[in-house]
Design a protein around this ligand. Structure first.
Ligand code: SAH
Length: 261
């Protein structure tokens, strides 16, 4: 294939974890790579798609456990491309959503290394699938906002709460587990009703997937007590109102698993 010559880089979206949620393009690029730099959130099933001789380099970042800083990752990618590798930089979800893609694109551009993006299924889409619910709702949730609640160590979470507290929007909060209390308090203070529906989805699309429904004022409690170690997404808004029991029971039957809720 001519879209992946030696000395070039692809930033590839690995999706939310389930290898079947990878695009066909991503699968092909991973199979062609001579080196794959991957995150902690990229599952083993996805890495198995790499060619037998390919180098797999873990440059994983999970909140609080940075194994390599961003500058080092940029340098590693560029160095591999300049050495003649076909480089896949595999990122959880979609590379262009809270994935530090700009730094890596800039580093490649600065070094004259051709770089392209292969999109992936973002966590919010996987979470909606896990819930069996839509993120938008005709007439009720006309807007979908992706926001990160990640604050640098020691800094307060500085978001535009007045704009975020929109009763006609769905908020998808990435990296929001640790900030659940701040998110809840600030949105309520900015005028969002305390009983606004909230869904928390942990490890969407993975075997250990779990989801919970609650309301905005109870979000901190649920986040603290119910969530485990997996990546979790907070979804806030009227679109997340609990689905009817009958519908839900039917969904669980289809999936063949009993889910905690
Ligand atoms: N680029 C990624 C997001 C990276 S930020 C994407 O498009 O999905 C990492 C955050 O994404 C996590 O803290 C969590 O909030 C969310 N996330 C990633 N994978 C997830 C999953 N399988 N289930 C739930 N949330 C997930």
């Amino acid at each position: 294939m001519t879209d992946f010559p030696e000395g070039t880089v692809w930033l590839v979206g690995a999706g939310p974890g389930d290898p079947e949620l990878l695009t066909r393009k991503a699968e092909r690029l991973i199979g062609m790579a001579t080196v794959v730099f991957h995150d902690a959130l990229v599952g083993a099933g996805v890495l198995e798609m790499a060619a037998p001789g390919a180098r797999l380099v873990h440059v994983g970042k999970r909140s609080g456990r940075h194994s390599k800083d961003q500058g080092t990752i940029d340098k590693l990618i560029v160095a591999a491309a300049l050495a003649g590798d076909r480089v896949v930089r595999l990122k959880g979800g979609d590379p262009a959503i809270f994935g530090r893609a700009t730094e890596e694109l800039d580093a490649c551009h600065a070094a004259g290394v051709p770089v392209r993006i292969c999109p992936g299924v973002t966590a919010a889409s996987a979470a909606a699938a896990s819930l069996g619910q839509s993120l938008t709702l005709r007439g009720l949730a006309r807007k979908l906002t992706f926001v990160t609640a990640h604050a640098r160590a020691g800094e307060v979470l500085d978001l535009d709460w007045a704009t975020l507290a929109d009763p006609e929007a769905t908020l998808a909060v990435y990296m929001g587990k640790a900030a659940a209390t701040d998110v809840s308090r600030n949105l309520i203070a900015a005028g969002l009703p305390a009983d606004t529906p909230v869904a928390l989805v942990e490890s969407a699309s993975l075997p250990e997937e779990r989801h919970f429904h609650t309301r905005l004022d109870l979000l901190p409690l649920v986040a603290r007590t119910a969530l485990g170690d997996g990546p979790a997404l907070l979804l806030i808004g009227q679109a997340l109102a609990r689905v009817k029991r009958k519908h839900k029971a039917a969904m669980e039957r289809v999936k063949g698993t009993a889910k905690i809720d």
